[in-house]
Design a protein around this ligand. Structure first.
Ligand SMILES: [Zn+2]
Ligand SMILES: [Zn+2]
Length: 337
């Protein structure tokens, strides 16, 4: 496909979409029902539906019987961990292989002209963005994800969490399923904003920001404390009445969904004429500029706090004005001290 029809490429070869990012119309005031209808297909396809489907597949083929989950034993816990590792490997590696190793679409729709693993970078373990990403993903990411999963299933199986069944509460659970991505973003915004607080940024979140030019294995390349915070969104399902499948969906949305913001390409080509939107630009801008887009624009919190960057020159100017203001404030404090 001709990516220049959809965006512009600068002298360095970096590509940017010509359409600026939009906040989802879901919470717009006054309400915009037509805009919501137009936005809905992109909300479900491809990602939300895919992660909901993977949660259903887990319920059907991976989770053991309730009786088994009533006791914590290594058999089912290790099986779950191994399945999670295989699923993450296959999903992440599929994007890594196609876009970064085989380079099936070359530089087309790629935000940053460079391929991060072409250069050695001492910021990373073994000087490799991929090596560090893989070590952190499987070293602490998937183990912590699985630990939440096991704890939640154990709580449901023993009646410690209110378990509603789909045949008895179809409308409520369907609505709750629709809220999973919205809750994810709300929770992510809060913990993400928290770990950008300078002391936590230095000790925890800076690890994730080593990837200034993110690629699939950057997605769960996080400090273990960030993994702990990140996957805690799933705990909502043991607090409010819910169902284990929705708890798994919440975890899949976080675990597999992390790839979405780190693909590094705006569109994924599926043939010479067709492509689907990756929805990666908002989080790409976060990795590029650090202090914008703590969320992805589904919940309008960045807009509310003035940190939304839609890719426009006006957003650049707002961001720079904010930096200047903060620099002046810091200098004033230094001068006074
Ligand atoms: Zn990130
Ligand atoms: Zn961040």
């Amino acid at each position: 496909m001709d990516d220049v029809k959809y965006g512009v490429r600068n002298k360095r070869g970096d590509w940017a979409p010509s359409a600026y990012l939009d906040i989802a119309p879901l919470f717009a005031l006054p309400p915009r029902p037509l805009a919501i209808l137009k936005w809905l297909p992109g909300y479900f396809l491809p990602w939300n539906l895919l992660f909901a489907a993977s949660a259903v597949a887990y319920a059907m083929f991976v989770l053991p019987d309730v009786e088994v989950m009533k006791t914590l034993s290594w058999g089912w816990i290790l099986r779950l961990f191994v399945v999670n590792c295989i699923a993450v490997f296959l999903f992440y590696a599929a994007f890594e292989y196609r876009l970064y190793m085989a380079r099936a679409q070359g530089n087309r729709f790629k935000y940053n002209a460079k391929f991060p693993n072409d250069v050695k970078n001492k910021a990373f373990l073994f000087s490799s963005q991929n090596a560090e990403g893989i070590i952190r993903t499987f070293g602490t990411g998937v183990p912590i994800w699985t630990a939440y999963e096991v704890g939640i299933l154990f709580a449901f199986a023993n009646g410690y969490a209110p378990w509603l069944s789909f045949p008895q509460h179809p409308a409520y659970l369907f609505c709750l399923a629709l809220v999973v991505p919205i809750f994810h973003e709300f929770h992510f915004f809060c913990i993400h904003r928290l770990i950008h607080w300078p002391p936590l940024y230095r000790s925890v979140h800076s690890v994730h920001h080593h990837s200034v030019n993110p690629s699939p294995w950057s997605s769960l390349s996080m400090h273990p404390v960030e993994h702990l915070l990140y996957f805690s969104s799933s705990l909502i399902h043991v607090i409010i009445p819910s169902n284990p499948v929705l708890a798994i969906y919440q975890l899949h949305y976080a675990g597999f969904g992390a790839v979405v913001g780190h693909i590094g390409f705006d569109k994924i080509e599926t043939s010479e004429q067709a492509a689907f939107d990756a929805h990666a630009y908002a989080h790409y801008l976060h990795h590029k500029y650090f202090e914008v887009n703590y969320g992805d624009g589904l919940v309008p919190l960045d807009k509310l706090f003035g940190t939304w960057h839609d890719g426009s020159p006006e957003a650049d100017a707002r961001m720079n004005a904010r930096y200047e203001k903060r620099k002046a404030r810091l200098n004033a404090v230094k001068a006074a001290g």
